[in-house]
Design a binder for this molecule. Structure first.
Ligand code: ZN
Length: 258
């Protein structure tokens, strides 16, 4: 019923109980999960895990935190790995934590947007306190961008800018937090065919389980909140967001492959 479009079960945080975490997710009706790479190692791991288990769909990318590790060789390796991946990312800009200098973040982002274009793959974009530069780069590269603004955390104006560029908007745990009123205003504004759900686990567990290690089984807490804010049933939001995820990331529908 649900699809978690952004999880990091490829991180060592899940090395001891990955199978149990996956089983719990299936019990909660999570039909598929996108395993997101944040550097070469976790991208390789995503491809490996998905190779053994089609419940996972892998992506490959270098997170803005690691942007200064990005050189021509990294791009070549990403391109190679991308043959088995559904998307490029997560990439983007993060001027909040600033683990890499702004300049190398912008370069690494641009390189991955170009790669996604070349390979005709969607992008998974992270943006924190860098919306102007991020929009400027996407506009400069031009054309329609296929992909998602993951763990969306801006206001309606920023959401509309992302939508105009062609991007989907994905909501994660923060939409359930008491202080997220500005974010909640965005939820009803996203067209039905552009909305996605995710956990971003192990980070950002939704309010009912806040403080715990997050996992794909908890995507329903975010889904239920989003459904409520849009005035539809959880079943309806699950159906719509799963269809969008299947279309954007080309995840096969098990009902159609039987
Ligand atoms: Zn992430």
């Amino acid at each position: 019923m649900w699809i978690d479009t952004h999880c990091h079960l490829n991180l060592p945080e899940f090395d001891t109980d990955r199978d149990e975490v996956r089983r719990r997710a299936e019990e909660e009706g999570v039909d598929a999960a996108i395993l997101v790479g944040i550097d070469l190692e976790t991208s390789r791991r995503a491809v490996q895990l998905a190779g053994r288990d089609p419940w996972f769909t892998p992506t490959v990318g270098v997170h803005p935190h690691d942007a200064n590790s990005m050189d021509a060789e990294t791009v070549a390796t990403l391109a190679e790995l991308a043959g088995s991946a559904a998307a490029i990312g997560e990439t983007g800009l993060d001027y909040f934590r600033m683990h890499s200098p702004q300049d190398s973040q912008r370069q690494a982002f641009r390189a991955q947007v170009d790669l996604a274009r070349q390979l005709e793959k969607p992008l998974i974009i992270h943006c924190r306190e860098a919306r102007e530069d991020l929009l400027a780069i996407l506009k400069e590269i031009g054309g329609e961008h296929r992909g998602v603004m993951h763990c969306f955390s801006g206001d309606v104006e920023f959401a509309l800018s992302c939508l105009r560029l062609g991007l989907h908007i994905s909501f994660a745990g923060p939409v359930t937090y008491p202080k997220s009123d500005v974010l909640r205003e965005v939820v009803p504004e996203v067209p039905e065919d552009r909305i996605l759900l995710e956990t971003d686990c192990p980070f950002l567990a939704p309010q009912p389980v806040r403080g715990r290690r997050n996992e794909p089984a908890y995507v329903r807490f975010t889904g239920e909140k989003v459904a409520h804010l849009r005035g539809v049933t959880p079943e309806e939001i699950a159906r719509v967001t799963s269809q969008n995820a299947r279309d954007l990331f080309r995840i096969p529908d098990p009902k159609e492959t039987v």
